[in-house]
Design a protein around this ligand. Structure first.
Ligand code: DQA
Length: 136
């Protein structure tokens, strides 16, 4: 199975920003742990701070499932929402933090409605749980 993990805006700072919320592991370290967990599968990792680049990546994806942590884009990007709706590959929305236990603006996702499901609140394991969902 080929899984594509996409991280959006500011996720490149994971391990350095708000470590009390997102932990102290860097995105590279998290991606290594994910790749080790899915050792029998093919994993691709992509991160961008640019909304349009994430849309382009979604449009050109060739894989069995996409795990997407769009970061703050989650809460307002109709462009990413439309890109998810435009493709046939299922997308699972992911958040490391429990966004519902945080500021009100984080309670709203414009992506959830067009995603297969949502996993949130389990730190780096949110990515692994989302990837596992494609095996059910
Ligand atoms: C996040 C939650 C978002 O609200 C925030 O903007 C992020 C990270 C998470 O993984 O918990 O950048 O997607």
């Amino acid at each position: 199975m080929k899984l594509l993990f996409i991280n959006g805006v500011n996720l490149n700072l994971t391990g350095k920003r708000e470590t009390g919320v997102y932990g102290s592991k860097t995105l590279e370290e998290i991606n290594k742990a994910i790749a080790a967990h899915f050792a029998d599968d093919e994993c691709e990792f992509y991160q961008s701070n640019c909304e349009g680049d994430i849309c382009t990546k979604l449009q050109s994806a060739v894989c069995d499932g996409i795990i997407l942590n769009a970061g703050a884009f989650t809460h307002y990007s109709y462009a990413i929402r439309d890109a998810i709706a435009a493709i046939k590959i299922p997308v699972v929305e992911v958040h490391m933090s429990n966004v519902h236990a945080r500021e009100e603006f984080r309670h709203k996702s414009v992506l959830s409605e067009v995603c297969r499901g949502v996993i949130l609140g389990f730190g780096e394991n949110s990515y692994i749980l989302a990837g596992e969902s494609f095996k059910l």
